[in-house]
Design a protein around this ligand. Structure first.
Ligand code: GLN
Length: 305
């Protein structure tokens, strides 16, 4: 029998309340520091398209690195061959914005979910699309089935002003020949897609094709099954940076996090789940979000393992 998703997420929402105050809201992007830290939203979209939600599930938030999941999918649609020569498929074991491995490995980022990898993906989209910002927005609106999805340019500009590490990563990769467009242009688009605002329900819906072998709720192909397998595997091994092992151990779902406090996870054939709680742990992942995911797979008895 299918577990009662609504009852489980309501129970979890109450049980995680004592954890409020244990994490810290991201403040290296000044605009993100303004967020109310006490928000908690959870949404699930099951394979039949039913959506179950609690708390602040309708409040928009900055998806930040979760956008890397969607830009990767878009880049895979635009560029099939060269992509995997320019970015790897191994976990990094380092922080999302680390420079350490990049020089040792000749400017080829370990995977598309660390900042360096996502910046290469942004460069690929810039090279393949005439109107790259519009292409990203169009893709996001299609997969969320929500025409109101937007970038938040105040957040994008705030990050652009303070994102010196991302500039350092980009210039280093440019030196190795792994950034083809102008660095400034790449960084502008990268910050822009990180500033996308979705709510938990949008995010659960947006990930539906990853649980349905690449097809959206209307049966339209978003990604071919081989690429869905690849994306979900990368989420499992690298979606939570240096917490990827801990997350696999405790939760057992492919997932992607962002410093806005969101996490989205998928169980192919069953459900996608999104959580938003802005306070982060020391690895930049939502502290309550990780706990919610762990409690959900434990209580429902449903994980990939
Ligand atoms: N835009 C953020 C950055 O580049 C994304 C990081 C994240 O969400 N982990 O630092």
């Amino acid at each position: 029998m299918k577990p009662n998703f609504q009852k489980i997420i309501e129970e979890i929402s109450r049980e995680v309340l004592p954890l409020l105050g244990l994490g810290k809201v991201a403040n290296y992007i000044p605009e993100l520091a303004k967020i109310d830290p006490r928000k908690i939203g959870i949404s699930i979209c099951d394979i039949d398209g039913n959506v179950y939600s609690t708390g602040d599930c309708k409040t928009l938030f900055s998806i930040q690195s979760i956008s890397k999941l969607f830009t990767l999918c878009l880049a895979m649609k635009l560029e099939d061959n060269e992509l995997w020569n320019r970015v790897g498929m191994e976990p990094s074991g380092t922080a999302f914005n680390s420079l350490v491995l990049l020089e040792e490995e000749n400017g080829i980022p370990r995977n598309p979910f660390i900042n360096a990898g996502a910046i290469v993906i942004t460069d690929i989209i810039l090279g393949k699309s005439k109107h790259p910002s519009d292409s990203i927005l169009k893709f996001m609106r299609e997969i969320t089935q929500n025409k109101n999805i937007k970038f938040n340019d105040t957040v994008a500009v705030s990050e652009r002003k303070h994102g010196h590490r991302n500039a350092a990563l980009s210039y280093l990769m440019k030196d190795y020949g792994n950034i083809h467009k102008e660095v400034e242009e790449v960084l502008n688009l990268y910050c822009r897609h990180c500033s996308l605002e979705l709510n938990c329900e949008d995010l659960a819906r947006a990930s539906y094709f990853l649980i349905n072998q690449g097809k959206d709720i209307d049966g339209k192909t978003v990604l071919i099954p081989r690429d869905v397998k690849r994306v979900n595997s990368l989420m499992m091994t690298s979606g939570l940076y240096n917490n990827a092992g801990k997350f696999a151990f405790e939760v057992g779902l492919p997932a992607k996090s962002g410093v806005g406090g969101g996490i989205v996870g998928v169980l192919p054939g069953q459900f996608s789940i999104s959580v938003w709680s802005p306070e982060l742990n020391e690895s930049g992942n939502s502290l309550i979000g990780m706990k919610v995911m762990e409690m959900f797979t434990t209580k429902s008895g449903m994980s990939v393992f």
